[in-house]
Ligand binder design. Structure first.
Ligand code: ATP
Length: 237
């Protein structure tokens, strides 16, 4: 399987007067193969958000090499942006808009065919309640609406920062089934999480980050078996 995301030796140190100097990424490596649901697992503050924001050109790295869909980023971002869907911040929705209105608005702004709105509503399981106002939705439904917005352009790769955050077990199961459906349709999904159980439930493969470095990567079952065997220690949460 070809890699759809490749990161080598990524480095980033934040320097601010208020927060001082913080090394967020210290030579981080990551490879994600096509067709996988890949977990990006690490404790709070380990560098996940910095990695994802850097990949998407929102943060300038100090060094390292990154590729998305076989193209070097950030240089090729304008070319690949239409094939990569991402949510790296919780999107704010208008509470009085319905899911369909929200997506139609985004589709219009992004030059997406109107028929795609109903397709993505179906994909994320919101078709039945598409006309109800977003303020009546559960957190899980709002998260699925966020995923729907990232799916409008029918991306090859979907990048989600903590999509299961705050969901109850039912919401996590729904998220799992959505991620599985997307992978079956040929999409590659990368999702970050600080909760081992979530990644175990949802993902095929995983990269574990700690203190801005990769400490393990591979198929979820293999990596976690090694982990519980004490081959290395990663403190989560
Ligand atoms: P979380 O799950 O809490 O978002 P994370 O794994 O996504 O954590 P990052 O948000 O990438 O981690 O943070 C990595 C390190 O960089 C942390 O030590 C954090 O305090 C620091 N950091 C993040 N953003 C900034 C910033 N804008 N200025 C200074 N330091 C920052």
């Amino acid at each position: 399987m070809p890699a759809v995301l490749e990161i080598e030796g990524l480095r980033k140190t934040y320097r601010s007067r208020r927060r001082g100097t913080r090394r967020a990424l210290d030579g981080f490596d990551m490879v994600v193969e096509a067709g996988q649901v890949h977990g990006f697992l690490g404790p709070n503050g380990s560098g996940k958000t910095t990695t994802l924001r850097t990949l998407l050109g929102l943060i300038r790295p100090d060094g390292g090499r990154m590729e998305l869909l076989g193209e070097q980023v950030p240089a090729a971002l304008p070319r690949v942006a239409g094939r990569v869907g991402a949510i790296v911040e919780s999107p704010q929705f208008f509470p009085n808009f319905s899911a369909r209105d929200t997506l139609s608005l985004l589709a219009g702004a992004g030059d997406v065919p109107r028929t795609r709105v109903d397709e993505v509503l179906e994909l994320v399981g919101l078709r039945e309640r598409a006309k109800e106002r977003v303020k009546t939705y559960s957190l899980g439904m709002k998260q699925r609406l966020a995923v729907a917005s990232a799916l409008l352009k029918d991306p090859k790769l979907l990048i989600l920062d903590e999509p299961a955050n705050g969901l109850d077990p039912g919401g996590i199961r729904e998220m799992r089934s959505l991620m599985r459906d997307l992978a079956t349709s040929g999409m590659t999904v990368v999702l970050s999480s600080h909760i081992l159980g979530e990644v175990q439930l949802i993902c095929d493969s995983v990269t574990i980050i700690s203190l801005g470095r990769r400490v393990a990567a591979g198929p979820v079952a293999e990596v976690l078996a090694q982990h519980s065997g004490g081959g290395y220690r990663v403190r989560l949460e």
